[in-house]
Design a protein around this ligand. Structure first.
Ligand SMILES: C[S@@+](CC[C@H](N)C(=O)[O-])C[C@H]1O[C@@H](n2cnc3c(N)ncnc32)[C@H](O)[C@@H]1O
Length: 546
């Protein structure tokens, strides 16, 4: 019932407050309507608002219905004209009647608006509205070909058979569909137009392709686990993009190309709900028979010296962070308001002022981290406090990883742009007692896997913290969301022990063998709480996008 009033409240807030629409909706603690429904209604209404404004103005709805505010009118007319089930209110509800009383006029003005835009059908108009809301996208849709189920060549010949191959990301972005760029840094990765819809694609539904931002592919690729590196831990795994990427890398490099890999991926996910998504994703990606899932398990509670982890040679750490690099966080779509007769306009302004007085949180910025948790950040001080708490957790996680006795390689990544969560965590980790004791060092740029070595965007050039130098800055890898490279904001660095990375792959393998007691345990992980082989394989796949 409150859906329309609550959505109108959010859309009436000043654009400068509370960040993106997503932040505004999901950051509210006082919504009685499902936030996802509020978000969808608000977003769609914004997109359609140039058309709806015209319809409302031409039909003179606001003149006849004095109780309607311009925003409420947009929301109601949106649902009346475009929602499958119409206005989500009982047929006798006053708000619904205020629109439906004028249905003939509204419908004919909608037809006129459509024809004025030269669209013969509502679907054609829908397409035009989508296009006009995203006139020049800067982020392509990145598609990782899942080596467990397919190959780049196979996908080029099937899913992308009709796509024209182009040499730059920009060429992908200028046309609506059917252009494809094969990435130069990450193997098995392609970029297509963000408007490409894969929801009906067989390759997507079967897990042969996975939608994953390029930068999100950096950690598994940089970790570069070889067949003899032993088991690999993913400490913070859900929804599973990096877990399944790790599995694909391991699978492609397995010693016995006829069988499954001898090494395991051991994944931890603390959050029970997110763990279910991880489980689905691992199954769909086809890596369940060599991925041990510790669903609902806190990685920090593992005992690194346990027998269970004696073969762990590499760890991927992708902990919760502020999510400040995530694409789309800043976006607040434009709302075109219909004209309002003078008196009612004053009332709407008064209503809006009342709402704000009642809700002090609407004056603050809301930070939504990459797990979807929200924190009200009213000032720079609040932000610093949040970053301090996050970075303290991130450092704890990294130091815990340093303790695994056979570990030789670790990657640490965030989708944050803040140095506090990135270079500063790396520096503190390098200076820690455990790093000195166990010989952990940064993996220098020159020792990184080819595509990461050649990636041009590196750590911050300057950092006031003592010990930060050019080698460390160059070893750190960054990505920015608006620099034309078409990626999200991201950070990753890798650690190695005792110069392991500067040795040849063969000697690296020998070291790992020694560290892992010369054995590779390929049996099911004893801590595995999910017997995946017994699960129904027909789980519905809803897809994951970074
Ligand atoms: C940034 S997300 C991971 C994204 C994931 N690596 C991917 O690429 O799909 C961080 C995840 O770590 C989980 N997490 C946070 N602390 C954890 C801990 N101590 N142990 C295990 N999981 C943890 C969170 O619940 C969240 O799902």
């Amino acid at each position: 019932m409150a859906l329309y009033h609550e959505t109108a409240g959010i859309l009436s807030e000043p654009a400068s407050h509370g960040g993106s629409l997503k932040t505004k909706v999901f950051g509210r603690k006082d919504l009685t309507s499902p936030p996802a429904q509020v978000y969808a209604l608000a977003l769609e209404t914004c997109k359609w608002s140039p058309v709806l404004k015209e319809v409302i103005d031409n039909s003179q709805l606001l003149k006849d219905e004095k109780k309607l505010t311009p925003v409420l009118a947009l929301l109601l007319v949106h649902d009346f004209l475009l929602a499958k089930k119409g206005i989500a209110l009982p047929s006798s509800h006053g708000l619904r009647l205020s629109v439906e009383r004028h249905k003939a006029r509204i419908a004919s003005d909608f037809t006129r608006s459509r024809l004025r835009r030269k669209c013969s059908t509502v679907d054609a108009l829908r397409e035009q509205v989508e296009l006009s809301n995203n006139p020049s996208p800067v982020h392509p849709r990145w598609v990782r070909v899942n080596a467990l189920k397919s190959s780049l060549q196979e996908q080029l010949e099937t899913t992308f058979a009709s796509f024209e191959r182009v040499a730059t990301i920009q060429e992908v972005l200028v046309r609506a569909t059917d252009r494809l760029y094969v990435d130069e840094h990450i193997p098995n990765l392609v970029a297509v137009s963000p408007r490409t819809d894969f929801s009906k694609s067989q390759a997507y539904k079967s897990g042969a392709i996975i939608l994953q931002d390029k930068a999100s592919c950096f950690p598994a690729y940089l970790l570069d686990p070889s067949p003899d590196d032993g088991d690999v831990i993913d400490s913070c795994a859900a929804p599973g993009n990096k877990t399944t990427h790790l599995a694909a890398v391991i699978y492609s490099r397995r010693a016995d190309q006829a069988g499954r890999p001898a090494q395991q991926v051991i994944a931890f996910e603390k959050d029970q709900t997110r763990a279910k998504t991880l489980e689905k994703m691992v199954r769909l990606a086809g890596s369940h028979d060599f991925t041990s899932l510790n669903l609902g398990h806190d990685f920090l509670r593992t005992d690194p010296d346990s027998e269970l982890y004696k073969n762990v040679g590499a760890l991927l750490l992708d902990p919760s962070c502020s999510g400040s690099g995530i694409v789309g966080r800043d976006d607040m779509p434009e709302l075109h308001l219909p004209g309002k007769p003078e008196a009612a306009g004053k009332k709407a302004a008064q209503d809006s002022r009342k709402r704000k007085r009642k809700d002090p949180e609407s004056e603050a910025n809301v930070l939504v981290d990459d797990d979807g948790n929200t924190t009200v950040v009213g000032s720079e001080k609040d932000l610093q406090a949040r970053l301090k708490a996050l970075s303290s957790f991130q450092l704890t996680l990294l130091l815990h990883a340093f303790k695994f006795p056979s570990a030789q390689r670790i990657t640490y990544s965030t989708c944050s742009v803040h140095a506090e969560e990135n270079e500063n965590v790396v520096l503190q980790a390098l200076r820690s007692d455990i790093a000195q004791e166990r010989g952990w060092q940064i993996l220098r740029r020159e020792d990184q896997v080819e595509g990461m070595k050649s990636w041009p965007v590196r750590g911050l050039a300057e950092n006031p913290a003592p010990g930060y130098d050019k080698t460390i800055a160059d070893a750190c890898i960054r990505a920015y969301k608006d620099d034309g490279r078409g990626v999200m904001g991201f950070f990753v660095a890798a650690f190695v022990r005792d110069g392991a990375a500067v040795q040849s792959p063969t000697s690296r393998r020998r070291r790992s063998h020694m560290a892992a007691d010369g054995t590779v345990n390929d049996s099911a992980h004893p801590e595995n709480k999910a017997d995946l082989s017994d699960k129904d394989s027909d789980d519905e796949w809803s897809g994951f996008d970074d």
